[in-house]
Design a binder for this molecule. Sequence first.
Ligand code: FAD
Ligand code: NAI
Length: 508
Amino acid sequence: WSFFRWAWRLTYLSAIGGFAWMCYGIYQNRTPADQEDPDPRKKTLVVLGTGWGSVSLLKKLDTENYNVVVISPRNYFLFTPLLPSCTTGTIEHRSIMEPIRNFLRHKKAAVRYYEAEATKIDYEKRVIYVNDESEVKGSTSATEVPFDLLVVGVGAENATFGIPGVREHGCFLKEVFDAQKIRKRIMDCVETATFKDQPLEEVRRLLHMVVVGGGPTGVEFAGELQDFFENDLRKWIPEIANNFHVTLVEALPSVLPMFSKQLVDYTEQTFKEETIDIRTKTMVKNVTETYIEAEHTDPSGNKVLERIPYGLLVWATGNAVRPVVKDLMDQLPAQKDSRRGLAVNEYLVVKGTDNVWAVGDCAVANYAPTAQVASQEGAFLARLFNQVAKTEQIEQELAVLSEEQGTAQKDARDEALSKIKDLQKRLRRTKAMGPFEYSHQGSLAYIGSEKAVADISWLTGNVASGGQLTYFFWRSAYLSMCFSTRNRILVCMDWLKTQVFGRDVSRE
Ligand code: FAD
Ligand code: NAI
């Protein structure tokens, strides 16, 4: 009994401690301290983008060492791993957004933020041309920002491979507005399919949800959509039950190429049970308003062209280089062989430059374009900039001390000498920063019906697992990775709300 009493007391105390810690976190977040003003005499460090790479850099950067300027058309950070859940309302999009203003307001020295798109980086002139692309424009909506140091973290755009009709008729899944558009379109298709006297063939077309691209984005979205149908749509709009159908189209022989074979098989088996159709070895060649044309390779190797009618088309075929990045690459002869983005060295310096770094999906550093890589790269650069600033400070102190030592009396000279030795030791330490090394923590993906797959790096090996337990692991891992306590609480509340009330089937 005494054991249980102690266990109970311990649990009780840790719950109170946890609650107090959370309240303190919220209080701190709500009451930011005064900030040092930006100092224009210091070097200007411009950061492009507010995604995984840039925000991870800004999080760890000692902003008092530089005059920091952030430029991005998006004034928030988006937690992309949970974006597929926003397409069906499992999670509300604002729960995974963190305003960049709140976050920057907590830095020690103030950071300037401009909501704008960089349209051109002029490397020779050390200037970035920026445009305000938002709806409301002032009398100035285009200007230039000079830089001493530049970090490019603008991510990538959606790849279409020049396939006709994709941009006009397909929905992408990269940004919040993409998820909102998909959510609206799903309900529009459903309501239009139930319109009075709708012909059966049209009903089937409207309720055919086609996802192109069997990478993690396509797979996660297909899983979320099937959940939406099984748990909510089928219940509230039973007349669509026989015709609602999700198809995943993939050009390669299997989906999720970055996962181990056993997890690929598990995913394909789960999709079969969920009645999601997987069409592998099928390459989409053309898109019209009502159907896609795809080339399928049959078991005997023949290529067959077929038309697949659709109501909703979600296009998730990976990344392409943004125009502003392409333009910078064209200015640098050292980038002439690079195709997928800015080639960088082991310190993430853009090849052919000495004051430009690149992080995340716009950089080519031989790693997959993932949030994991981008955030580790950002954190590395923050350490690098902090070290460089420390090194410069120590070098200045050394110069002053060496001068003083030359003219000082013996006792003061000895003291200065020992200080110099100490500083030299610190200098060696700060200068000894190694190159960027990526540490892969594993890959996770949600596959629907409360199941997930995970390839986790464990000690020296790899652990592959799939199923409902992995789903709980997926949830807790992503919850812990959310940007802030506020995001974590909102996401938990959304999950609870979905569990209790179901998803909202209204179209707004
Ligand atoms: P982004 O996060 O895309 O940020 C780019 C930033 O640059 C944005 O703020 C954008 O507004 C800004 N920008 C764009 N153009 C300009 C311009 N011209 N000038 C200035 N700023 C500009 N990875 C994982 O590791 N795990 C996952 O579970 C996972 N899930 C994902 C789910 C989805 C639906 C998607 C789409 C991606 C997912 N990823 C995941 C991949 C991950 O999101 C990306 O690899 C990551 O966002 C790359 O970070 P980034 O900083 O390079 O770019
Ligand atoms: P992807 O590049 O991983 O996959 C795209 C797929 O589309 C490929 O398998 C390709 O064969 C297929 N494809 C291309 N053109 C096609 C066509 N015309 N017809 C049919 N299929 C075609 O892209 P995705 O899923 O958008 O992911 C982008 C990056 O983000 C990846 O690096 C991925 O690892 C990462 N990501 C990671 C997630 C996770 O870890 N859970 C979730 C989402 C994205």
